[in-house]
Design a protein around this ligand. Structure first.
Ligand code: ZN
Length: 197
């Protein structure tokens, strides 16, 4: 028998994170596109972001047939959150600026690139990225380099930049509990050995 899981956050019932998940409003709409290989990942942070934001949607797949409809949102300008040379740094909304429909591919870099390759509409979107120098609190998997953030951290930071002074810090609460839980479960020795002091 598999352990019972919370149908909402997908964590084991004994470790349900729902009480920590906020219900935040944002001007920005967030569309998360998740590669199927991430769904059962123990740190499914895209799901935490989608649950914590009222104006967010998470869709799992490889080829998104509904993409034209998903991107066609009057009152928003669609942008892909993805680094790259032509990527514009995010900045706070100006007074007359339409809010963003922020499209966020979720998965490893390879999987995210694959999603772009399989969905030319995604690849064609103008790109935005976070300023360099963001530091992850994600201490578990060695990050590929400085600035590599988990999906929920990247979204919290993007919203913080776009919608300052509104605070999106509460979005990180379940993520932090998750990280603390994982580190506790791993045991301090193993953690020190794998990740250095
Ligand atoms: Zn739950």
């Amino acid at each position: 028998m598999p352990r019972p899981h919370c149908p909402r956050c997908l964590r084991p019932d004994t470790h349900c994170l729902c009480p920590l998940i906020p219900s935040l409003d944002s001007r920005t709409r967030v569309l998360l596109l998740q590669h199927p290989s991430e769904v059962r990942h123990a740190l499914n942070t895209a799901r935490l972001a989608a649950l914590g934001l009222n104006n967010a949607e998470l869709i799992v797949g490889e080829v998104f047939a509904d993409l034209p409809a998903l991107l066609d949102r009057p009152g928003y300008q669609a942008r892909l959150l993805f680094p790259g040379e032509e990527s514009q740094a995010l900045h706070a909304y100006g007074p007359a600026e339409l809010p963003l429909l922020l499209v966020v591919p979720d998965g490893t870099w390879r999987k995210a690139r694959k999603l772009l390759h399989l969905n030319p509409l995604l690849a064609a979107l103008p790109r935005v990225s976070l300023a360099a120098g963001a530091v992850s609190r994600y201490r578990l998997r060695k990050a590929p380099g400085p600035g590599a953030l988990s999906t929920v951290e990247a979204i919290a930071q993007a919203l913080q930049v776009l919608e300052a002074p509104a605070s999106f810090e509460p979005l990180l609460r379940p993520f932090e509990a998750l990280i603390e839980g994982q580190i506790a479960a791993m045991g301090d020795d193993v953690y020190q050995r794998n990740h250095g002091a």
